[in-house]
Design a protein around this ligand. Structure first.
Ligand SMILES: [Zn+2]
Length: 277
């Protein structure tokens, strides 16, 4: 089974705004990488971006997969225990998580049956809940340098955003990303090109994915920064490891700010972005 081209998926996400927020609102229970992969598969087949579910998932909505439709692939986590050459468990306590490609999903347009109205609202994302879950703190911006848009102290888990910043959310996600990915850094002030441009590419790519998912402004500016900093990196390109880190951090931030799933499975409360401007 083939695995997706993550570099291409990230490149597409950075150049085709709108798709990610559509993906987030429709596939918000899936990881960012799976969302992007699902979109790429739907587009390759000429299908519109629409909600996806498993065969049995659609049955619950009274819908059947149309005859001849081919399932979409997603990456699913799989727990396993390591075995030695003879097939014996090396350590029964040593449980690892790997990922495997499964072909289980169909989009709304691949099914027929009872009417289905997708809930296209972007789920609530709370800054307070996210910072709390990530163990971070946002302090009052204290810096005489008015050109500085924000800063982070990754080793202490502290971020701050300049109140005059026209794109506070983009900066907030950027600083949170530094705290998740660059804990070895003492302090990162975002008013200049830093020595390590790769750090900036990573943080800004996370900010881009979060803003694009939540429908927040600043995407064009974000792309500009990413391209600018990319020119400053040695290799001028991201490795698979960088991309994994970017997807991982963005997933972590987005899921940290999501409300817990209601137990009944019925969403009683109106969804609203209570903590967004
Ligand atoms: Zn930065």
């Amino acid at each position: 089974m083939h695995t997706p081209d993550w570099k291409q998926l990230l490149a597409d996400a950075l150049t085709l705004p709108g798709r990610l927020s559509a993906a987030y609102s429709m596939f918000h229970n899936y990881s960012i990488s799976n969302r992007l992969w699902a979109i790429a598969q739907l587009e390759a087949r000429g299908l519109p971006i629409s909600p996806i579910a498993s065969y049995n998932g659609w049955k619950k909505f009274g819908r059947q997969v149309k005859k001849g439709e081919k399932a979409l692939s997603l990456l699913m986590p799989r727990m396993y225990r390591k075995k030695d050459a003879s097939g014996a468990l090396t350590d029964p306590e040593d449980i690892r998580i790997g990922f495997m490609v499964r072909n289980h999903w169909f989009s709304l347009d691949q099914t027929e049956g009872e009417a289905y109205e997708p809930d296209l609202l972007i789920p609530e994302w709370s800054r307070v809940a996210a910072l709390d879950a990530l163990g971070l703190r946002e302090e009052v911006f204290s810096d005489m340098n008015g050109n500085k848009m924000g800063y982070s102290v990754p080793c202490e888990g502290v971020i701050a955003v300049n109140p005059l910043n026209p794109l506070p959310w983009k900066t907030r996600f950027h600083e949170i990303a530094h705290c998740l990915l660059h804990t070895e850094a003492a302090m990162l002030s975002d008013d200049q090109v830093l020595d390590d441009s790769l750090i900036e590419v990573e943080a800004e790519s996370v900010a881009y994915l979060c803003c694009a998912s939540l429908g927040l402004p600043g995407l064009a500016e974000s792309r500009g920064y990413i391209q600018h900093w990319m020119q400053g990196t040695e290799s001028k390109r991201l490795t698979g490891k960088n991309i994994q880190r970017i997807f991982g951090a963005a997933d972590k931030i987005l899921s940290a700010g999501k409300p817990a799933q209601p137990e009944s499975g019925i969403c009683g409360q109106a969804m609203q972005a209570a903590d967004l401007p």
